[in-house]
Design a protein around this ligand. Structure first.
Ligand code: PGA
Length: 249
């Protein structure tokens, strides 16, 4: 049985007042097999952990450095994230791959750093619209998997999130068949590399314009085990129906 995960990526949104959303989320009825992860901006991590302690909500960071410490002004290391009490970290989000020119090799090093710090990496993959239109989606996703998923990955240190870049923040969502095709492909690749016991245990999330009105259908796909949600995770009122759709899937 794979873990169902509803993960919220707040991106660069939220000051301390946003922590009230955690309180609102924590009032959700307990949902078996369904983990809620909130990834607030780094300055809120410690307080978010404190505020969600004793609830079903887990906290994650949005990025980590590849090194454990050193002369990297402005960066945050995986052990620092773990020290806040957070248990997850997003790595390889397309916004970072684009804005900071992060390559698969960088994402691999970040996922390794996360694993070594005892964190679960939510590793993001996704194609551009040009890749999609040129029928290169599976080649791109395959290359990202090979290049950025560490050896020794398993369900205790890795979650994979498929996020087509053209679907992030745009309101555009791939067809159900397109989501199924990519998620089935990722599952097969993980099974081939790590064996079926391990490959089948790793949760795969879909991300990109997930909303209350499209979540339930997306979650019917066999290899979609949850969602990585941006805009609709900022307010508990928007995120709760998505979590409920997952719990009922
Ligand atoms: P979105 O963002 O839900 O606002 O499209 C998803 C993400 O970037 O993780």
């Amino acid at each position: 049985m794979r873990q169902k995960i509803a993960a919220g990526n707040w991106k660069m949104n939220g000051t301390s007042a946003a922590l009230d959303e955690l309180t609102a989320l924590s009032k959700a009825p307990p949902m078996a097999e369904c983990t809620i992860v909130i990834c607030p901006p780094a300055p809120l991590l410690y307080r978010a952990v404190e505020q969600s302690s004793g609830t079903a909500i887990k906290i994650g960071a949005q990025d980590c450095h590849t090194a454990t410490s050193g002369a990297h002004t402005g960066d945050v290391s995986a052990p620092m994230v773990a020290d806040t009490g957070a248990s997850y970290v997003i790595v390889g989000h397309s916004e970072r791959r684009e804005a900071y020119e992060e390559q698969n090799s960088d994402v691999l090093s970040k996922a390794e750093a996360a694993r070594d710090a005892g964190l679960i990496a939510i590793l993001c993959l996704g194609e551009t619209l040009e890749d999609r239109e040129a029928n290169n989606t599976l080649d791109i996703i395959g290359g990202q998997l090979t290049g950025s998923v560490p050896d020794g990955a398993n369900s205790t240190n890795l979650v994979v999130a498929y996020e087509p870049i053209w679907a992030i923040g745009t309101g555009k969502v791939p067809t159900f068949a397109q989501i199924v095709e990519v998620h089935d492909f990722i599952r097969t690749e993980l099974n081939n590399r790590f064996g079926t016991d391990t490959g089948n245990s790793i949760s795969l999330l879909y991300g990109g314009s997930v909303k209350a009105n499209n979540a339930a259908e997306i979650f019917t796909a066999e290899n979609v085990d949850g969602a990585l949600v941006g805009g609709a995770s900022l307010k508990a009122a928007d995120f709760l129906p998505i979590i409920e759709a997952l719990a009922n899937s």
